[in-house]
Design a protein around this ligand. Structure first.
Ligand SMILES: C[S@@+](CC[C@H](N)C(=O)[O-])C[C@H]1O[C@@H](n2cnc3c(N)ncnc32)[C@H](O)[C@@H]1O
Length: 244
């Protein structure tokens, strides 16, 4: 049976047909994520192909030190929960302006070292100012590439990625470098906003489920140690090198 529109003039019919075609094309060509976000995701924990978020530009760096972040992400509580020993070597991968770097630097103390890595020199410049203002001197900054975080080999006790993993352009390559950088007893800590948690005003591409993170990190040669769920909106997912 042919469909007809009431009182449709040829022009209006042509316009309606092209609108319909555009809607259909949108539905057919939408990425899996766009299609899922259009409806309620029935199982947000199910691993599925992931769209990588673009790296957050230094232009928005002020957002990283927004006052409400203390309440939303509880950075001191997070760092205190990681059992970081004085003298440790810790990597803050995707350090941004250093919101976690200066906290890690205080934890490892003068005998320890933090390696603050980012792909944007502008972020590292702001981080250097933040460290100077706090009198912190045990931090080495590294300008990385999206393919290579330029880490030392078998020398690192802990690698921390806060709100970073979802925007790694080459996660498998980066994980291979992290794996080589860690001591056998080292740990990789990934902190990501929970997928499917209502009321959290974060772009869906910047949220990950535990299953999604595990499905990418374990095949890269890591074992899950534990998942901490004490933060209001984020998972803290801890791995160690497999067989370490
Ligand atoms: C959302 S910010 C988070 C910054 C910091 N971790 C924090 O919590 O305040 C993400 C940062 O990761 C950096 N980044 C993205 N991809 C990276 C990569 N492959 N290697 C190192 N840094 C990366 C970005 O340049 C940006 O500064």
């Amino acid at each position: 049976m042919a469909c007809s529109l009431p009182n449709a003039s040829p022009m209006r019919a042509a316009r309606s047909a092209s609108v319909l075609a555009a809607v259909l094309a949108g539905l057919l060509c939408a990425t899996p994520w766009q299609r899922l976000s259009a409806q309620q995701d029935p199982n947000p924990d199910a691993p599925r192909p992931r769209q990588i978020a673009p790296a957050m530009s230094w232009v928005y760096a002020d957002w990283l030190t927004r006052p409400e972040r203390q309440r939303e992400e509880q950075p001191d509580r997070l760092v205190n929960s990681l059992d970081i020993q004085p003298g440790a070597t810790v990597v803050d991968l995707g350090a941004g302006v250093g919101y976690f770097t200066w906290r890690l630097a205080r934890k490892v103390g003068r005998a320890g070292k933090v390696i603050a890595v980012d792909i944007q020199q502008e972020m590292l410049d702001m981080l250097a100012v933040n460290l100077r203002e706090r009198g912190i001197e045990n931090v080495e900054t590294v300008l990385a590439t999206p393919q290579d975080p330029r880490l030392p080999q078998a020398a690192v006790d802990l690698v921390l990625l806060v709100d970073v993993y979802h925007e790694l352009a080459h996660p498998a390559l980066t994980l291979a470098h992290i794996s080589r950088s860690l001591k056998p007893t080292g740990r990789l800590v990934v902190v990501e906003y929970r997928k499917g948690q209502p009321g959290v005003n974060i772009h869906p591409l910047h949220k990950m489920s535990v299953a999604e993170v595990r499905s990418e990190i374990e095949p890269a040669g890591f074992d899950l140690v534990e998942v901490l769920e004490f933060l209001p909106s984020q998972h803290v997912i801890i791995f160690t090198p497999a067989g370490g």
